[in-house]
Write a protein that binds this ligand. Structure first.
Ligand code: ASP
Length: 330
């Protein structure tokens, strides 16, 4: 399996600079008034940000930008944690979760969706043409098909082989993930936040969820307030990592509320991570990462373990930022 670390090696040429996120850095960005801006989780955020940027640099709407951005890893079979080519569940099915939210607080979401390559676009349609926020499973699939989406086989031969191997080995499901130099990379959601030149903030989050999860499992990523939250008057946040932990704390909502109450994006993410870690005795075995963006363009991040990064693009910079782990500050 292509691991996140082997991807880092392969992508080295694409990475102009790597730096460590901290609040000092965020303050510099704020002072330079870096808007438009787009940030997104993990290495696959780099090409996703490029697609978003094409819209942002022309003065387009951040909602269009985040949708276009996350469609890139959704369509890329080499990204084994999002959309087409994602790691299947325990039954060998690729089931997808996604949500989207704009500066006015409008939101759309799909969960447990099969056979559709771009769940983020279905989520946007749920937001735009239905009175609902979330559609799930067969209902979401029917809605997509009725609205012009086509069915695709999302299980690549490579992932089918991985699933067969996993079944044969009778490995138990593990949510112990993405910890530097340990464990397999069994998930890496893309979450993206963008502010356009008119100051409007939007966010998107899309994933195939945890590899080999129970059939029917839905994680934090499509849950408004858990995997993603945007408030046009404050800013936005997205989460990645052990979804169950994020759901139990409504992590992204918490980060935005903490920013509303005066915390910087980094401080808010760190507090959300701390609350999760304090509740679970074996937090050393889990990864959760948040990225956050304030309305003024200030950004920040925190995660439990070393090994999490995010991609940033502004008029001045294109880079991956290695996030300082909360555990290391103890
Ligand atoms: N949070 C996602 C989930 O639990 C996985 C991830 O972010 O990598 O489904």
């Amino acid at each position: 399996m292509d691991t996140r670390r082997s991807f880092i090696k392969k992508s080295a040429v694409l990475i102009p600079a790597i730096s460590v996120a901290n609040s000092v850095f965020s303050k510099e960005i704020m002072q330079e008034k870096m808007i438009p801006v787009v940030i997104s989780t993990w290495n696959h955020g780099l090409p996703a940000n490029e697609a978003a940027w094409q819209i942002l640099e022309k003065g387009g709407w951040s909602l269009d930008a985040v949708e276009a951005g996350v469609r890139v890893p959704e369509a890329d079979p080499e990204v084994i944690t999002v959309g087409y080519g994602g790691i299947p569940d325990a039954n060998g099915k690729v089931t997808l979760d996604a949500c989207i939210m704009d500066e006015k607080g409008r939101a759309g979401s799909v969960t447990f969706l099969e056979s559709i390559k771009h769940p983020i676009s279905v989520a946007r349609l749920v937001m735009e043409i239905t009175p609902h926020v979330m559609l799930s499973g067969d209902g979401a699939l029917k809605f997509a098909l009725q609205n012009g989406f086509k069915k695709d086989n999302l299980l690549t031969p490579k992932m089918n082989a991985e699933w067969k191997k996993w079944k044969k080995e009778k490995k138990a499901f593990s949510s112990k993930i993405n910890i530097e130099n340990q464990h397999e990379d069994n998930h890496d959601t893309i979450g993206m936040l963008a502010i356009d030149s008119a100051g409007r903030i939007s966010g998107a989050c899309t994933t195939s969820g945890m590899g080999f999860k129970l059939h029917g499992r839905v994680g934090d990523s499509p849950i408004i307030g858990a995997g993603l939250f945007v408030d046009g008057e404050v800013g936005g946040a997205v989460a990645t990592g052990s979804g169950e932990l994020v759901m139990k704390t409504l992590g992204s909502f918490l980060v935005v509320e903490l920013m509303r109450n005066g915390k910087s994006p980094s401080e808010a993410c760190e507090e959300a991570v701390r609350r999760i870690a304090h509740k679970i005795p074996d937090y050393q075995n889990h990864q959760v990462g948040f990225i956050a963006l304030k309305k003024n363009g200030e950004y920040g991040s925190s995660c439990i373990q070393p090994g999490f990064n995010f991609a940033l693009k502004t008029n001045a910079e294109t880079k991956l930022v290695d996030v300082e782990a909360w555990m290391k500050t103890l």
